[in-house]
Design a protein around this ligand. Structure first.
Ligand code: AMP
Ligand code: GLY
Length: 428
């Protein structure tokens, strides 16, 4: 069979690497991919937002299954387009992807399904939100842009003044486009965060082991928010009984509510959760694999990914064997360019990749990398590599990952030093 992975990050490298291991796979293409996917699969020079180009390629190559990494093509309707053309594709339709692309839609759906989430109000304009804030008591509040804003559309505010500033900033069209025209104001919650992902065909749900992301840029969760500076799985923040509770009270009711809303959900349902004293609550839904959560998950998955994704697309997840997972934890440390998540330069040669690949139980997933015509691997993005390792304990996996990180050098390379430390107190 032939597979096509759409995207170019660490998530897509991990998906392509895992698909390549399937006995079903003859060829695995990645569009547009990076230097790592050029080694583990075959790159195709088509951008992830060139939906017509992707359809053309899939038809011409007779691709058996396309797997979409990022949210933007899903929100733009890539699944609807492929399906109309009779092409198999894993992911939600445009209407179902609104669970991620419209926070207002998501919040109303959660309310209708009685899924635990922060109390909220939605506003058709920023002006209405300003009036609401001015009229009520001054207390902490979270301001969220309704639309997709690459993780930058959320402001956790201490007081009214900060919230008004956030609303003002969302009006900057250069930064947020139309994403901030409508807004959500939300109760501020407290607790550890975790990511719980499930693969669903719209009727049956296969929940993956819980993971934890590290969104703030610097150690100790300080600094600006990023796409994610590292992740590990499983996380003791979500013990097994809690995972079952989340499945029953959060994921299943969401899938049912999407059905009732006439938007059956197929693909990855990714709950961004906060574990409050009242229990887990949904902060947001994503409609795709998490990046970097996907890297430790693929490292641990022992079942055939191709078989699972095909079963999801063909509506027969109820008939597959339970997924098999390596019991060992996996830790992924993201190495980033100087300046990220702000502006950064590209094109620095990356050294030490071969040496790093010799560290036991380790895989270097590429994200923002490119191959020069001379065959040199250089930096080409903010998040450059996801150095991922398995170990008998989280501490050992972390040790291997950082041992490999130490081998890798380029001008300005940096990473957080405390990935997975949140798991360590649970061992006491
Ligand atoms: P989101 O993109 O909605 O997951 O929000 C990004 C980050 O903002 C989350 O990972 C949380 O750290 C924080 N956040 C979002 N909503 C809330 C909330 N209601 N209370 C506290 N923190 C929040
Ligand atoms: N790791 C966060 C995300 O994929 O949205």
């Amino acid at each position: 069979m032939k597979f096509l992975v759409v995207g170019s990050g660490g998530r897509e490298h991990a998906l392509a690497w895992k698909l390549r291991q399937s006995p079903l796979a003859d060829r695995v293409f990645v569009a547009p991919g990076n230097a790592g996917t050029a080694i583990d699969a075959e790159n195709v020079p088509i951008q992830a937002d060139d939906l017509a180009g992707l359809v053309r390629f899939a038809k011409q190559e007779k691709i058996d299954l396309t797997v979409v990494g990022p949210e933007a093509p899903l929100a733009a309707g890539i699944v609807d387009l492929f399906t109309e053309e009779g092409l198999k594709i894993f992911g939600p339709t445009k209407a179902a992807a609104e669970l991620e692309s419209s926070k207002i839609f998501c919040k109303h759906l959660l309310r209708s399904a009685a899924v635990p989430t922060a109390e909220f109000h939605t506003f058709a304009s920023r002006q209405e939100a300003v009036q609401f804030l001015t009229a009520r008591e001054d207390e902490p509040v979270v301001v969220k842009a309704d639309g997709l804003a690459a993780g930058k559309g959320v402001f956790v505010c201490e007081n009214r003044q900060q919230a008004l500033q956030a609303l003002d900033r969302l009006g900057n069209e250069l930064e947020f486009g139309t994403a901030g025209q409508r807004v959500v104001l939300e109760e501020r919650l407290h607790g550890e965060e975790a990511s719980v992902l499930a693969i669903t065909d719209g009727r049956t749900l296969v929940t993956l082991p819980p993971a934890q992301d590290h969104k703030p840029a610097y150690d100790g969760d300080r600094g600006p928010n990023t796409g994610g500076m590292g992740a590990y799985s499983p996380t003791p923040v979500v013990p097994t009984d809690m995972l079952h509770w989340i499945e029953e009270h959060i994921l299943v009711p969401t899938v049912h509510a999407m059905h009732r809303a006439g938007r059956p959900f197929r693909g990855v349902l990714y709950a961004g959760l906060i574990i409050t004293r009242q229990g887990p609550k949904v902060l947001e839904y994503n409609v795709r694999f998490g990046d970097p959560e996907c890297q430790p998950l693929m490292m641990r998955l022992q079942s055939d990914l191709a078989e699972v994704l095909l079963a999801a697309v063909e509506g027969r997840l109820d008939r597959i064997e339970p997924l098999r997972w390596d019991p060992r934890p996996a830790v992924c440390v993201v190495m980033a360019s100087a300046g990220y998540p702000g502006a950064y330069k590209k094109g620095f040669p990356i050294r030490g990749l071969d040496e790093a690949a010799n560290v036991p139980n380790t895989k270097i997933f590429h994200a923002g990398t490119a191959l020069t015509p001379e065959g040199q691997i250089v930096t080409a993005g903010g998040r450059v590599l996801g150095v991922t390792a398995l170990g008998d304990s989280v501490a050992q996996a972390k040790l291997y990952a950082y041992q490999a990180v130490k081998c890798i050098r380029w001008d300005g390379a940096w990473c957080r030093k405390d990935i997975a430390d949140k798991a360590l107190p649970f061992r006491l």
